[in-house]
Design a protein around this ligand. Structure first.
Ligand code: GLA
Length: 398
C-alpha cells in the first residue's frame, strides 16, 4: 500500500528542477505543485450548478517553469516520450494540440483569450497522480500551469479565477465539457479539510475540517484500473440530458429543483430523464447532509451517505461498471463504513471509508474479489486530505 506525504514534494521538486536544467540548459524560475483529487460526495452535480465535497490528494503534478520572452511555449513531461513539444503562444487554437500537451497549452490559451498579458515559457512536468484513474490528473496538469503563470506573469488572480481558467482550457481547448469541481479541488483545497463547493458561486467555497487520523479513520482509494475517458461522448450526453431536463422544467439548472418538488417534477418529465434528475437532486442533498455530519465532528457518519451515493450512480445515473460495483461490495463486506465510485464514472476509482487498522484487510478483500472475478488486480492507496496548488521551492538563483 502506498502512502505519500506532501513533504515528498520537496525532494521531488529538487529533482524536477535538476531535470529542467538538463533539458532546457538553465534553472527554472520556480517549481509549483498541483494535486489530484477524490470527491467524497456530489458527483455529476457541478455542471448542474450544484454541490460537491472533494479533497485534494497527496499525489501531485510538479511543474518546473521559466518564462521566455520570444512567445514560444515548450513542454516536456517525465511521463512522456522524452520529446519536447514546441508551440507558439500566438498560434494556440482549439484543436491545434492533440497530445497530453493540450491541457497545459490550453491554460495558456485560456489566459490569453481572457485578455491577460501572458507569453511563453519552458515547462517540465513530473506527476505522481495516476492517469486514467478518475483522480483528475488532467486538472492537476492544468492547475499547475495556472498557478505558475499567475505568479510568473503577475496576474494576481483568485483561486476560483484560476480554476475557471483551467476549466475553460479543458472545455474550449481540449474539448471536454467538464464542470469546475476538479479544478476547484486542485487549486482551492487545504490540508485536513474537504472543500464544500457550490458550483454556482465557486468563489464562496468553504473548508470543512475532515480529520481522518483524529477520528481513527482511513480513506482508501481503490483504482479499478478500468480506464475512464471523459472525452468519449458519454459524459457530454449526461450533461446534455440534465440541461434538457432543467429547460423542460423551466429552471436555470437542476440545482434549482428543491427535493420537496422532486416527485411532481419527475412526473412531468420524459421517462429517460427521470433517473438523471433523481440522481442530481438526491446527490445535492447528500452533499449538504455530509457537510452537516462533518461539521458535527462525525466523519464516520459519512459512510452510509457514500454508499447511498454509489447506489444512485449505479441505478439512476448508470455510470458504474462491474469492477466499481464489485470494489464497493467487497469493501463493504470487509467492514468498510461506506464506499462509492468517485469521479466521472465508467471505471476509475472507488473510495472506501474504513476504521484505522482495517485498511489492509479491506484492500486485500477487494483484491481477492477481483482475482476471483477474473479482473486485473486493483491498485490501492491510503490518502489524506492534502493541500491545493502551491509553489514548492523558492526560485533558484539563475
Ligand atoms: C469529472 C468532471 C467534473 C465532474 C465529475 C463528476 O471529474 O471533470 O467536472 O463533473 O466528473 O462529478
Amino acid at each position: 500500500m502506498n502512502r505519500t506525504h506532501p513533504s515528498d514534494d520537496d525532494s521531488r521538486a529538487a529533482r524536477a528542477a535538476d531535470t529542467f536544467r538538463q533539458i532546457y540548459g538553465d534553472s527554472p524560475d520556480g517549481v509549483w505543485a498541483a494535486p489530484g483529487r477524490v470527491n467524497l460526495i456530489g458527483e455529476h452535480t457541478d455542471y448542474n450548478d450544484g454541490f460537491a465535497l472533494p479533497i485534494a490528494l497527496p499525489q501531485t503534478t510538479l511543474l518546473a517553469a521559466r518564462t521566455r520572452t520570444d512567445g514560444r511555449l515548450r513542454l516536456h513531461s517525465a511521463q512522456g516520450d522524452g520529446r519536447i513539444t514546441e508551440l507558439a503562444v500566438a498560434a494556440l487554437a482549439p484543436g491545434a494540440v492533440t497530445s497530453w500537451a493540450a491541457y497545459p497549452a490550453g491554460v495558456v490559451w485560456a489566459f490569453a483569450e481572457a485578455g491577460h498579458a501572458v507569453g511563453g515559457a519552458d515547462l517540465h512536468f513530473d506527476s505522481t497522480v495516476p492517469t486514467g484513474a478518475g483522480l483528475s490528473s488532467s486538472a492537476a496538469l492544468e492547475c499547475a500551469v495556472a498557478v505558475a503563470y499567475d505568479e510568473l506573469y503577475g496576474l494576481g488572480l483568485t483561486g476560483a479565477e484560476l480554476a475557471r481558467t483551467a476549466q475553460r482550457a479543458e472545455n474550449g481547448f481540449v474539448g471536454v465539457p467538464c464542470g469546475i469541481m476538479d479544478q476547484m479541488a486542485s487549486v482551492c483545497c487545504t490540508a485536513g479539510a474537504a472543500l464544500h463547493l457550490d458550483a454556482r458561486t465557486p468563489e464562496r467555497h468553504l473548508q470543512v475540517p475532515f480529520d481522518l487520523e483524529g477520528q481513527g479513520l482511513r480513506l482508501l482509494v481503490i483504482d479499478t484500473r478500468v480506464t475512464h475517458d471523459l472525452g468519449d461522448g458519454a459524459y457530454a450526453a449526461l450533461r446534455t440530458g440534465c440541461e434538457r431536463a432543467a429547460a423542460l422544467l423551466g429552471l436555470p439548472a437542476l440545482r434549482d429543483l428543491p427535493a420537496g418538488k422532486l416527485p411532481e417534477a419527475l412526473s412531468a418529465l420524459p421517462q429517460e430523464l427521470v433517473p438523471l434528475v433523481r440522481h442530481v437532486v438526491t446527490e445535492n442533498a447528500r452533499v449538504e447532509e455530509a457537510v452537516s455530519r462533518l461539521r458535527k465532528g462525525d466523519a464516520a457518519a459519512l459512510g452510509p451517505i457514500l454508499t447511498d451515493g454509489h447506489a444512485s450512480l449505479r441505478d439512476d445515473y448508470r455510470i458504474s461498471c462491474p469492477e466499481t460495483d464489485l470494489a464497493v461490495a467487497a469493501a463493504l463486506h470487509a467492514g468498510a463504513l461506506g464506499a462509492r465510485m468517485t469521479g466521472g464514472g465508467f471505471g476509475g476509482s472507488v473510495i472506501a471509508l474504513v476504521r484505522a487498522g482495517r485498511e489492509g484487510m479491506v484492500g486485500e478483500s477487494v483484491t481477492a474479489a477481483f482475482g476471483a472475478a477474473g479482473h486485473r488486480p486493483p491498485r490501492t492507496l491510503t490518502v489524506t486530505p492534502a493541500a491545493g496548488a502551491r509553489r514548492v521551492e523558492p526560485a533558484p538563483v539563475r
